[in-house]
Design a protein around this ligand. Sequence first.
Ligand SMILES: [Ca+2]
Ligand SMILES: [Ca+2]
Length: 430
Amino acid sequence: MEFKPGLLVLLSISAVVWSVPIDRSAANQEPKDEPPPPEESVDTGLYYDRYLREVIEVLETDPHFREKLQTANAEDIKNGRLSKELDLVGHHVRTRLDELKRQEVSRLRMLLKAKLDSLQMDHASLLKQFEHLDPHNQNTFEAKDLELLISTATKDLENYDAERHEEFKRYEMLKEHERREYLRGLDQEKREKEEKKMQELKEKHRQHPKVNAPGSVAQLREVWEETDGLDPQEFNPKTFFKLHDTNEDGVLDEQELEALFTKELEKVYDPKNEEDDMMEMEEERLRMREHIMKNVDANGDRLVSLDEFLKSTETKNFNSPKEWETLDAQPAYTEDELQRFEAELRDKEEELKRRAETLRQEQELLKERGKALEAQRKEYQQVITLTSKQSRGTKPLNVPLQPFSLPRSWSSSWSRLLGLSRIYLSWYPV
Ligand SMILES: [Ca+2]
Ligand SMILES: [Ca+2]
């Protein structure tokens, strides 16, 4: 059976299970008839993850579309032929999809409004939020929506790894920046002591058993023996593949592959050790998965088929791979990159300070205005008291018109007041 690029990426999203170490007693049994274990969904990390899943779930309820999904190939998806099948799905499915789209549009609207309120957003990034659906039609879900959803998700998932690497690099730079700042704040004696301690921890982290190259025979055999509890003499790639295709969809997806590395990662990272950083462990896991995909995933659909897997076992990389270099072998960034990152941090700090200063000034201004208003209120009070006293005399019109010197901006209040005092006077018979 051949598996289809792009589409399977999408489908596997809805049917992915996080691989768990296989039960030793179950490993020797024939494929079981019992229902598959409850599936635990893995977040794709896309900001429209929920919409994507719901659309796939709804489409899968339509027997015609479900069948088309299973027989479509990469070309059908790319040229939009699959999306055209949407015209043939049942009415209630379309209604449900329309509803999903309206919900998504309204969710995005709220999200954008919140973002626009909190910070300035440029036009380009604003439009980017709508790439996975057709924003010109906000009420119904059409073939174009499905096409956009598939192409955007595929593209975004491809960029996702690159973004994770970038995020990791920034994390490491921030860690180093904070380390340097901390050391700078110490006196020489203490600093030297701390530096020595840090160096020792670094060395301690580097002391670990040899890590097998991901996807090599040595690595897979170790999983076979220690995780699956099987006889090393009976190692069989085909059985191995079937055992670790935990959701039984005939391919190893990213999560199923990553679960294979746990044994290797445990050699280097222990959450109980101060010197082992679990963020680094996740970066290492990602690098391992990318390494396998690069060597094994021949058609580039981010899935390893049985065919691809078996072919990889015939290569030199499989039997005598290059030694795997763990993350600690080379720094995640250059000194130049760190300098730029620190300059960026300083700029951000400056910007925050500027904002805080603007807020402080605005607060001052408000306080001043409050005081001026209070003074104004008191003066009105005085005028009213004065006019009420004079109104009891015989010549009401002799009310001093300018008992106080008032700022120009108050003149309108003043004339209103004057009007008021006239009304007030008219209530009192002269
Ligand atoms: Ca699978
Ligand atoms: Ca593949």
